[in-house]
Design a protein around this ligand. Structure first.
Ligand code: KG4
Ligand code: ZN
Length: 336
């Protein structure tokens, strides 16, 4: 019998500490410790995030190994997020991974977090075929990526200012909602009218995005309405959320449609935290049915930050012997 390839994966690029065990490309465990400490600050506080990673990393790794029923001595390699992300947070996961790989005398595999969000599609069946176009939407990034192969990916569009998730979070803050507010807007939008209010959409050529205009238009709109009625937000919260969500998702879907048409690619995926959004998921499903696209929508646990996606990416790097040396440094930058 073949010896299984067991990869321990570690993700610590932002405010979630996560560890997963992947066996021959299949997810055996995927543990995520979400840091609650940032809620009071309306955003991630980098220094607090690094400290929380240090506290979380050992218990999270132990839980991932226990749940998978895998001993440290059964591990084949360690995959870890190297970039992009908060530098202090990345340092914790990367140094932990280097130390563990060295002590177990097994290879280290360095992973780009944004590529891993896309490769999360390979954690489930059916797996996509290449080429695939993927809209990767998270708290820090908004990209349309043309994926020719596992690690042959071209960014064909990106945001010129705020990321889609950032726009959700900043607007949620204006509405008095906790951080991160994307899923709260989604939840409140369920009971709201998406046509109640209209917010301007940007006119950006090509496949790039912009969300700062939407954010400003919501801000001015709120300032005006609150002057007229102090209770405007509480009285119209559901309609506001539904209208804002519709505007942001419309911007994303329009560009994705344009890219699919231009590149004539009909395998289409979404990835990243915002791919958990119910309207985005519904719109993509409907578009797929209408245009005969094969659409790939990740399970919720693989949308927001998780180590399973790092492990799946690590497995495909392991198969091509793409290992990192112990002198690699983390990088805050997006490029690959
Ligand atoms: O991928 P992710 O977990 O972390 C980053 O790499 O940034 O994405 C987090 C982002 C946050 O901005 C959060 O508000 C957003 O994903 N998000 C959502 C939803 N769930 C998470 N945005 C809209 N609707 C959701 N249901
Ligand atoms: Zn992410």
């Amino acid at each position: 019998m073949d010896i299984p390839i067991n990869i321990l994966a570690i993700e610590s690029s932002c405010d979630d500490t996560s560890a997963a065990v992947i066996q021959d490309g299949k997810v055996l465990s995927n543990i995520v410790a979400t840091q609650k400490v940032h809620e009071n600050y309306g955003g991630v506080v980098p220094e607090l995030a690094s400290r929380a990673h240090i506290q979380n990393i050992i218990p999270v790794v132990e839980e991932a190994l226990n749940k998978a029923g895998i001993e440290k001595s059964d591990l084949t390699a360690i995959a870890c997020t190297q970039s992009p992300g908060l530098i202090g947070s990345l340092i914790v996961g990367l140094n932990f991974s280097k130390a563990m790989a060295q002590s177990l005398r097994i290879p280290l595999i360095a992973i780009n977090h944004m590529q891993a969000h896309i490769l999360a599609h390979w954690a489930e069946d059916p797996k996509p075929r290449f080429p695939i176009l993927c809209l990767t939407v998270s708290g820090g990034h908004t990209q349309i990526v043309k994926c020719n192969n596992f690690f042959d990916m071209e960014i064909i569009g990106t945001t010129l200012d705020d990321a889609a998730g950032e726009a959700f979070d900043k607007i949620a803050k204006m509405l008095g909602l906790n951080y991160p507010g994307g899923h709260l807007i989604d939840k409140l939008a369920q009971e709201g009218n998406p046509d109640a209010f209209e917010f301007s959409e940007p006119e950006i050529t090509g496949f790039d995005f912009s969300f700062s205009g939407v954010k400003t238009s919501v801000l001015y709109f709120l300032q005006k309405k609150i002057k007229e009625n102090q209770n405007f937000v509480t009285e119209n919260l559901n309609d506001m959320c539904a209208s804002i969500q519709k505007t942001i998702i419309n911007i994303l879907i329009k560009k994705l449609k344009k890219a699919a048409k231009t590149f004539q690619i009909h395998q289409i995926g979404i990835a990243g935290g915002v791919s958990a959004n119910s309207l985005l998921r519904k719109e993509l499903k409907d578009l797929g049915a209408k245009n005969n696209w094969e659409v790939y929508i990740p399970a919720f646990e693989f949308c927001t930050d998780n180590a399973a996606m790092i492990g799946v990416a690590g497995y495909y790097k392991y198969l091509i012997n793409d290992f990192a040396t112990l002198d690699i440094a983390p990088s805050a930058k997006t490029e690959w």
